[in-house]
Design a protein around this ligand. Structure first.
Ligand code: SF4
Length: 227
């Protein structure tokens, strides 16, 4: 088995090239990545979760620099915040703790948007819960047509709980033309499927269970009911 895969015929400076570079890097450095996450965690599963996001962010930044190919995501561009966002128990806890620290007026505004969203979500029979194995593609296509903003989207089109936003938001990067993702999921986006394994291990450690809780809740539903 060869450790370093050669690039296929994909063009340097393309999204496919970056993806290949990233997949090869993670496959080759998996033990090192896990060791770094464990070092930062110091035995605390919540810190492990933060560490996991930090480390993968650093890896992707490094690969972007190496490939000289940067994500087109920028502050104020929030088209991806109109997707259906599903979160698990751990993320829900982090999000609700973060919202708890906001002013009452902000919390009420979030709840109002979430409740308005829920009226339309229920009319359109969007699932409120998913399992890890469920395919979201059709749900996302339907949801994007509803043009519902995430309740956590702030006035300047930035996330109100940026540092505590769900994993799916943290790991999503678009490499296609900026602002072309409006109303659709960009074909040139990457959302770190490699993180899923680490996340499962950390959740198992937190829950003290043999298997992770694989249920995911629709963010608007969580916010409409829990704040
Ligand atoms: S949680 Fe924040 S980043 Fe994620 S969709 Fe909502 S506003 Fe956007």
């Amino acid at each position: 088995m060869r450790l370093f895969k050669k690039h296929s015929s994909v063009r340097k400076g393309s999204f496919e090239y970056l993806k290949e570079e990233l997949v090869n890097y993670i496959a080759t450095n998996k033990h090192e990545i896990t060791r770094t996450i464990n070092e930062r965690a110091k035995g605390d599963p919540l810190k492990a979760y933060e560490g996991m996001l930090e480390v993968y962010d650093e890896v992707l930044n490094r690969i972007e620099d190496k490939c000289e190919f940067k994500s087109t995501c920028k502050k104020g561009c929030a088209d991806c915040c109109y997707q259906a966002i599903y979160v698990n128990y751990l993320e829900a806890k982090i999000i609700l703790d973060s919202i708890d620290k906001l002013y009452r007026r902000q919390r009420e505004k979030i709840r109002k948007v979430a409740q308005e969203n829920m009226r339309i979500i229920e009319e359109n029979k969007i699932p409120l819960k998913l399992l890890m194995v469920d395919d979201e593609t059709d749900i996302q296509k339907k949801y994007l047509k509803l043009k519902l903003p995430c309740p956590l989207l702030g006035e300047e089109h930035s996330c109100i709980i940026y540092n505590d936003r769900p994993t799916v938001c943290q790991r999503y990067r678009n490499y296609g033309e900026a602002c072309k993702c409006e109303g659709q999921i960009s074909n040139d986006s990457y959302s770190f499927p490699e993180l899923a394994d680490e996340q499962v291990l950390i959740e198992m450690a937190i829950n003290g269970e043999k298997s992770p809780d694989t249920r995911f809740f629709l963010l608007s539903s969580l916010l409409a009911n829990e704040i």
